[in-house]
Design a protein around this ligand. Structure first.
Ligand SMILES: [Zn+2]
Length: 551
C-alpha cells in the first residue's frame, strides 16, 4: 500500500535560486555568489553561479533572489495551538512551572481561553491554519505538531505543510520524535531509561523549567543510582533552566542535549539557563520558541533574544553558532542530520531566503524581520515569500501584506488535511479574531451540553476532531504519551488513552474575558515592543536589545 507522505510530496518542480549561499555545512562554507538547484523535494546541486547547470536544468530559469539562502529553521519546542493567544502580562516572578500553572491569572488568560477554543470544534481548522502560517512567516520549516483527538480518544496530528517532528510517515529517513511535558518521577527513572533506549529519533522532555530546587529536582530524579542516569543520546531536555554546572556535565557525559528557550524563561522567571556552563560542558544546544503567551512569536525573535543574552554575557555564542542552533544542531538532535539542517546535495530542499547580501550573513539572519524573508521553501515547494518570486517559481496562492510588502502564501498539498481544505489564512484569522473577542459568549456555549441525537453521534461523533491540548498543569495524566497505536486504515498513530481536556468545560465563562488574537508577525505589530516593556521579569538589556534588532 502506498503511504501518503504528509509533508513530502516528492514532486516539486525544478527551481534554481541564485544568491549568497550559507550552507551551514561542516566547513561553514559560504558561497558569495552561488546557486541552489532543487527538484523533486531535494537539493540537486549547490555551486558557484558561474558553474555549468547540472543535468536537466538547462532550460530552468534562474531566480536571482538578491538575497542570502540559509537552511530552513527547525523549532523543537513549541505548543502550537496556544500561538493564537497574546503575550501574557506575567503577574509576578515565578521560580518553577508548578507555580504559574496554578495562578488565577494564568487560568483566566491562558488555560480557560484555550479550553474554550478547544471545546468549539468549529474553530479547529482556523486554529491549525493560523498557527501553522505564523510559524511559516517566521521561517520555520520543521516544528512540533498539533495534536487532535476525537470523542473516542483516538489521536492524530494535523497534517500541514510544515514538517512535523512528531509525525513524518517516513520512519526510514525521518523517524518521528517523542515529546513529554510532565516530569519523570524518581521512581519511574528506570522505566523511563528503558523507554529512551527504544527511541529512534529524539525524546523531547520538558526538564527542570524554573530556577529553584524544585525545578532542579526533576533533573535529579533521572539519577537511577551512582553514575547511572536515565539519560541517553536520545534525551533532549527542554529548558534545563534549573541545572547547575555539574548537572550539565552529567547531561553531556551521557550524551544528552537541550533546547534553550531564553525568552520564555525570562518572561516567567526573570532569568534563563546557565547556558555558558551548558556550552562549556559540551551539551548540544538548540533554540526553541515555546509559545506565544510566554515566549517568542517565532524563531526570528528567539534568535534575537539568544544573541542579546549572549552578548550581554561576554559573547557566549558567535552569530554562526546561534544560527546553527535553529538549523544543523536540531537536525543532529533529531538524528535527521543526513536529511535536513544544512544546504548540501541530496538533502531535502528546506530553505530560507533573506533579502540582502551585505555584511556578515549570520548577523544578517539574526537581524532579519518577517518582511525580510523573501522565500520559505519546504521540500522544494515555496510556501511563503515575496509575491513576485513566488509567482515566478509557480507557487501562486493567497496574497498578504507583511511589513507593507506583497507576500504570497501557498499551502496547497496533495495530501492536505481535509480540515483546512479551502480555508484561507485571512478567513481563519478573521474567525479567530471574532472568537477571541467573544470568548465569554463562546464559553457559555461550550458549557451548555449540545443535544446530540444517536444518529448525529454515529454520523459525526467519532470523526469530530478537537484540539488535544498539552496540559501544562500536572494532573498526572501524560497527554502526549506517544504510544504507537494501530487504527483502522492502517496508519500508525501515536496515540494515548486519556481523559480529554475538552471534557472539562465547567466555569469557563466565569474565567474568560475578551482577548485580542496574537498578531501574525512582529513587524506588523506596532504595540509589541511596548507590551514587552511592561513585562516585569524581562531584563532591560533584552528589552532594549530587541527594540534595536527589530528596528
Ligand atoms: Zn514548553
Amino acid at each position: 500500500m502506498a503511504t501518503k507522505k504528509p509533508i513530502d510530496p516528492a514532486d516539486s518542480p525544478r527551481v534554481v535560486l541564485e544568491g549568497r549561499v550559507v550552507t551551514m555545512n561542516g566547513n561553514a562554507e559560504v558561497i558569495a555568489n552561488g546557486r541552489v538547484y532543487t527538484h523533486n523535494g531535494d537539493i540537486v546541486a549547490v555551486q558557484e553561479a558561474t558553474a555549468p547547470a547540472p543535468a536537466g536544468f538547462g532550460n530552468t530559469a534562474v531566480s536571482a533572489t538578491g538575497g542570502t539562502i540559509y537552511p530552513g529553521f527547525i523549532d523543537l519546542h513549541n505548543h502550537m495551538p496556544y500561538n493564537v493567544l497574546p503575550l501574557w502580562q506575567v503577574p509576578k516572578k515565578f521560580s518553577n512551572r508548578g507555580q504559574w500553572g496554578r495562578h488565577a491569572e494564568y487560568h483566566s488568560k491562558i488555560s480557560a481561553p484555550m479550553q474554550t477554543l478547544a471545546a468549539t470544534p468549529e474553530l479547529l481548522a482556523s486554529i491549525c491554519r493560523y498557527v501553522e502560517a505564523k510559524a511559516l512567516v517566521g521561517g520555520t520549516t520543521t516544528g512540533q505538531g498539533i495534536t487532535l483527538a476525537n470523542q473516542s480518544g483516538i489521536r492524530r496530528y494535523f497534517r500541514g505543510v510544515v514538517r512535523n517532528v512528531e509525525a513524518t510517515d517516513d520512519e526510514a529517513s525521518l523517524p518521528a520524535a517523542s515529546t513529554r511535558v510532565p516530569d519523570v518521577a524518581a521512581k519511574d527513572a528506570q522505566t523511563f531509561l528503558t523507554r529512551l533506549k527504544k527511541e529512534k529519533s529524539c525524546y523531547l522532555l520538558h526538564l527542570s523549567e524554573g530556577t529553584d530546587a524544585t525545578a532542579r529536582r526533576a533533573f535529579q530524579s533521572l539519577q537511577i543510582g551512582g553514575a547511572s542516569w536515565a539519560i541517553t543520546p536520545s534525551l533532549c531536555g527542554i529548558h534545563a533552566a534549573a541545572l547547575q554546572a555539574p548537572d550539565f556535565e552529567v547531561l553531556a557525559a551521557n550524551g544528552g542535549s537541550m533546547v534553550w528557550s531564553p525568552f520564555s524563561n525570562m518572561l516567567l522567571y526573570g532569568r534563563t539557563a546557565d547556558i555558558a556552563a551548558a556550552k562549556a560542558a559540551g551539551v548540544p544546544i538548540s533554540l526553541g520558541c515555546d509559545w506565544a503567551p510566554s515566549g517568542s512569536r517565532n524563531l526570528l525573535n528567539e534568535l534575537k533574544v539568544a544573541h542579546i543574552f549572549s552578548e550581554a554575557n561576554g559573547g557566549i555564542f558567535t552569530a554562526r553558532e546561534l544560527v546553527a542552533m535553529v538549523t544543523r544542531e536540531p537536525a543532529g538532535l533529531l538524528g535527521w542530520d543526513r536529511v535536513v539542517g544544512t544546504i548540501e546535495v541530496g538533502k531535502r530542499a528546506d530553505l530560507l531566503v533573506v533579502e540582502g547580501t551585505a555584511g556578515d550573513p549570520y548577523q544578517q539572519l539574526i537581524r532579519a524581520k518577517e518582511s525580510d524573508l523573501a522565500l520559505v521553501m519546504i521540500n522544494g515547494v515555496g510556501r511563503i515569500g515575496d509575491a513576485a518570486l513566488m509567482r515566478k517559481l509557480g507557487f501562486a496562492g493567497e496574497t498578504l501584506k507583511i511589513g507593507g510588502a506583497n507576500h504570497m502564501l501557498f499551502l496547497a498539498h496533495p495530501a492536505e488535511d481535509p480540515l483546512t481544505q479551502n480555508l484561507t489564512l485571512s478567513a481563519a484569522g478573521d474567525r479567530l479574531t471574532r472568537a477571541l473577542r467573544g470568548l465569554p459568549a463562546l464559553a457559555r456555549m461550550a458549557e451548555r451540553p449540545r443535544p446530540i441525537s444517536p444518529m448525529a453521534m454515529a454520523r459525526a461523533g467519532a470523526n469530530t476532531w478537537r484540539l488535544a491540548l498539552d496540559e501544562i498543569l500536572d494532573t498526572g495524566v501524560e497527554l502526549r504519551a506517544n504510544l504507537p497505536v494501530r487504527v483502522p486504515g492502517g496508519r500508525t498513530l501515536r496515540a494515548a488513552a486519556m481523559r480529554p481536556v475538552f471534557a472539562e468545560t465547567k466555569k469557563l465563562s466565569a474565567a474568560v474575558m475578551p482577548l485580542a488574537i496574537d498578531a501574525l508577525t512582529v513587524v506588523d505589530d506596532p504595540g509589541y515592543l511596548d507590551a514587552l516593556d511592561t513585562q516585569r521579569n524581562v531584563p532591560d538589556t533584552i528589552k532594549e536589545g530587541l527594540r534595536d534588532l527589530w528596528s
